[in-house]
Ligand binder design. Structure first.
Ligand code: KG4
Ligand code: ZN
Length: 336
């Protein structure tokens, strides 16, 4: 029998709704709050207000695009955390209200976990165990994934997330928010060997630190271009900075795969849209590693990944009668 899920994601500055039939995405509607550009970063209060005014429209559009009616939905899922609390509350309560009204189960889904499983959407499922790098604007975490619910955190960032470093360096270069995609684009025509930005050495070899690279870009710009932003070679700085960040991400992930004798690697989260990160990992595919990335549209925040993760959890729960309860509390061990 068909099992349809409505999923909602509103953890940050995207309001998104998706309808899935079994594991197939029928619609994935995303409304991005571009007005934050004006402030150079996300303003939480404005983000939650925008979610409130958009969410009902986005859900309606998701049903129209999916071509099914509300009565066909068997499960409602929403991002439970982590994220901006005011933003989360909008999607979470909308979804819960929908589930209560329809008398169907509700699933609160962990955002990081859903990035991890975004690599599965429309593709073969990855055999356990595998190494997962989740790399976004808020998180940089390396996991050993042993089953659908067993993840060992090998390392994580000790300061800025990789996406955050991209965004902050972009701001120094006078680029708009979010800067990651712009740095990616500028790097295409840049010399990545123009300047070598340092990487940090940490006690735990799987931990990350990006605030040092960010600061060294700042000092390099101040020292080398006292005349201001106009004289900065944007392409070369972007490419050199991107090389440093990508180098660290790839090096630590491959080291984890080697040390844990794992051949499959899944890379997800907003920064997994980065072309240099994709091409550097692809090189390891030639050396016997199975490299998995989500389709680019599932790299950055979207509701399809929330719905897909909820579907996986539900499918793997033996008694569907209690699934609703289990799902809501299943991720308590992650901090919100
Ligand atoms: O996963 P995501 O949409 O939101 C969070 O959960 O944080 O990730 C957003 C982050 C932003 O920092 C953005 O600059 C970065 O992902 N990003 C990129 C690219 N596309 C998005 N960073 C580098 N290259 C890209 N192509
Ligand atoms: Zn995200």
């Amino acid at each position: 029998m068909d099992f349809c899920t409505l999923a909602i994601e509103s953890s940050c500055d995207e309001t998104s709704a998706s309808v899935l039939r079994n594991g197939t995405v029928l619609s994935n509607v995303i409304s991005s709050q571009f007005f934050h550009k004006e402030y150079g970063g996300i303003v939480p209060e404005l983000a939650s207000r925008a979610h409130i005014s958009t969410i009902d429209k986005i859900v309606k559009t998701a049903f129209i695009e999916a071509g099914i009616t509300r009565s066909k939905i068997s499960l409602v899922a929403a991002t439970q955390g982590p994220g901006l609390i005011g933003s989360l509350l909008v999607g979470y309560n909308y979804a819960k209200g929908f589930a209560i009204g329809a008398g169907i189960p509700f699933a609160g889904i962990n955002h990081i976990e859903s990035h991890l499983f975004s690599c599965y959407i429309g593709k073969e499922e990855i055999e356990f165990p595998f190494i997962a790098l989740v790399v976004s604007g808020g998180h940089t975490i390396l996991f050993l994934v042993e089953s659908y619910s067993e993840y060992k955190v090998l390392g994580s960032t000790q300061d800025d997330a990789a996406g955050e470093a991209f965004d902050k360096v972009a701001k120094m270069l006078g680029l708009e928010y979010p800067g990651g995609p712009l740095i990616d684009k500028l790097s295409e025509d840049g010399n990545e060997n123009y300047h070598r930005f340092p990487s940090s050495q940490l006690k735990n070899i799987y931990d990350f630190s990006f605030s040092g690279i960010k600061t060294s870009v700042l000092y390099f710009l101040k020292k080398s271009f006292p005349g201001g932003k106009m004289s900065i070679p944007l392409n070369d700085i972007s490419a050199s900075f991107q090389k440093a960040i990508v180098g660290t991400l790839v090096e630590k992930t491959i080291l984890a795969a080697k040390n844990y004798s794992v051949k499959s690697i899944a890379v997800s989260g907003g920064v997994s849209a980065n072309s240099k990160l994709r091409s550097e990992f692809e090189r390891y595919a030639e050396n016997g590693y199975n490299i998995h990335f989500p389709e680019k549209k599932y790299s950055t925040d979207n509701a399809a990944m929330i719905g897909y993760t909820a579907y996986l959890k539900y499918r793997n729960t033996e008694s569907n009668e209690i699934a609703g309860q289990i799902l809501e509390s299943a991720f308590a061990r992650f901090e919100y």
